[in-house]
Write a protein that binds this ligand. Sequence first.
Ligand code: G6P
Length: 447
Amino acid sequence: MQRLVIVSNRVPAVRDRKQPAGGLAVALRAAIQDHPCLWFGWSGHQIGGDGADRPLGVDTLGNVTYATIGLTQKEYNGFYQGYSNGILWPLCHYRAGLMNYSRHDQQIYASVNTLFATRLAPLLEQDDMVWVHDYHLFPMGKALRDLKVKARIGFFLHIPFPPWSLMRSLPEASALLRALRAYDVIGVQTEDDARNMNEAFSVLGIPARARVFPIGIDPDSFASCARAGQTLPQVQRLQQDLRGMPLIIGVDRMDYSKGLPERLRGYDTFLKRYPEYRGKVAYLQITPVSRGSVPEYQSLRAELDQIVGHINGTYGEFDWTPVRYLTHPLPRELLAAFFQISSAALVTPLRDGMNLVAKEYVAAQRPDNPGMLVLSRFAGAAADMEDALLVNPHDSDEIATALHKALSMSGSERRVRWERLRSEVWRVTAASWARSFIAALSEVRTA
Ligand code: G6P
């Protein structure tokens, strides 16, 4: 059996390895079960000094060996915070104006990619399939090839890829695209992303091709989480507190790509235009702080504090809080259970690679009384979720109308829409995503 080598910036923390809680670890669970694996990446820790003798942390659990390295403060700043999350992240989410471009960070990004390749290469065997993940590691395949690695190497981009006209605002955009030639398979989430990347390849005369591999969730496990979660005491407490009011829910990392200020303004418009809901509806927004040391994330937090305060001050009553707003994470089972007892979810990113919360929301519903999903047209997930209430997340009136529609929709219409959404969520899953990517990578050898 061939070994699968997974490379990603984030590697599941030791405490999460037995029972992965989210992200890539859940998505790759199926692939990991099928193959012996090596998972290589950042340990999540910063190390002192210049990193000259940094150790490789190696740890095996079942058929997976985890091999991780620490990053120095300078690398963390330049590679993770700076180039990956201060430049590539906004650009790939169509927000060139939020880029804090720095050539210095670009150099550190390149050197960390080379460092990853240099530390991984000696661990590789000829027959391995190497699968590199996400924007932190665009040039890593090229760095491996420069070290004469012959194994098959695939790359999957989890976030959107913008049109070339936007991408080229990155000074090294063409080098970055050229580096992708090193990969045998290049995967993206949606047809739009593939079109954009392939357009860039053709403008630059690069003989490479991006293919679409939409990611999904493990719907059975999420659905059973939602059922099991019903017995949690917090669920009873919330239900008592709701006193029969319908619950609207939102769950997002605190990120400007998620359209949170716009969403809250949509809820404000909803309360303004439909005053009959005041005091009669609850909105729970769970937004764990993310990348809190990047300046744009700090100003987003301040903006959200201000908008939530404004809405609660304007419409609140001594016994009713319009927005219940949390900035800490909740356990997966509790989230799934809250999804199940809610009447509607707001998933309204301005731009998102896929958005798995949308799929999880569908998986968590009860067939006899499903809640409605209000979903941004600009989430990758929208391509196959036409039965959600699709909105333009910039338009607060559209959000308000959709919320009213979600909360007043007949049970039979909700069930029909949910059945169709459900079959999509069970058709394209984490397992099908991983297996089809790995199948494409396996075929390379014979090609
Ligand atoms: C997105 C990215 C992932 C990243 C995750 C969490 O989903 O596609 O690569 O790991 O956000 O962000 P963080 O910066 O905490 O790793």
